[in-house]
Design a protein. Structure first.
Length: 170
């Protein structure tokens, strides 16, 4: 077996009339810290395409690497920080928090998954705990309006519940 055959990111397919054709799972697709997609160093400007790509993000359980997976095909992607960004947040009077994500979806915050980087950038888990999301500036401000420094740590107060905000580790 040659080195080419042992590359786990390469798939060889027999195509009638073309012979053996090489396909790679590698891509130049990258997500920056603000949740913007880039392809071959060009920013993906189309909002619908960016949201669609964001809905396709998964994490490979075996390798921990991020993928775009659409049900038909998939490729590896590079993620600079968290794969999703919380674009907006709304705190209800009952303490529930609704998040609007970079994939165009909204979901309820599971406050038990919150962490804080540099004492000002919240992160949480979304999609039933499968992916990390970084709060954008506006969403972070909305959430952190409900936080207080107590006993050497940040505490988030939502209705009658309190949540410690541990340091974010990635």
């Amino acid at each position: 077996m040659s080195n080419e055959d042992s590359d786990p990111d390469v798939v060889w397919v027999e195509i009638e009339g073309a012979g053996r054709v090489r396909f790679s799972r590698k891509s130049s697709i990258r997500i920056d810290q603000e949740g913007h997609f880039w392809h071959e160093d060009e920013r993906v400007e189309h909002l619908g395409m960016s949201e669609t790509f964001a809905r396709w993000i998964t994490r490979d359980a075996e390798s921990g690497r991020y993928q775009l997976r659409n049900g038909i095909d998939w490729c590896w992607i590079t993620v600079d920080d968290a794969p999703l960004v919380v674009r907006a947040a709304h705190v209800e009077s009952d303490g529930r928090v609704t998040l609007w994500l970079s994939d165009g979806q909204q979901e309820r915050l599971d406050a038990s998954t919150l962490s804080l980087r540099d004492e000002s950038v919240p992160y949480c888990l979304v999609r039933e705990g499968t992916l990390s999301a970084r709060f954008g500036a506006s969403a972070a401000f909305t959430l952190l309006e409900h936080a207080q420094w107590r006993d050497g740590q940040w505490i988030l107060a939502l209705a009658n519940e309190r949540f410690a905000l541990p340091p974010h580790t990635q």
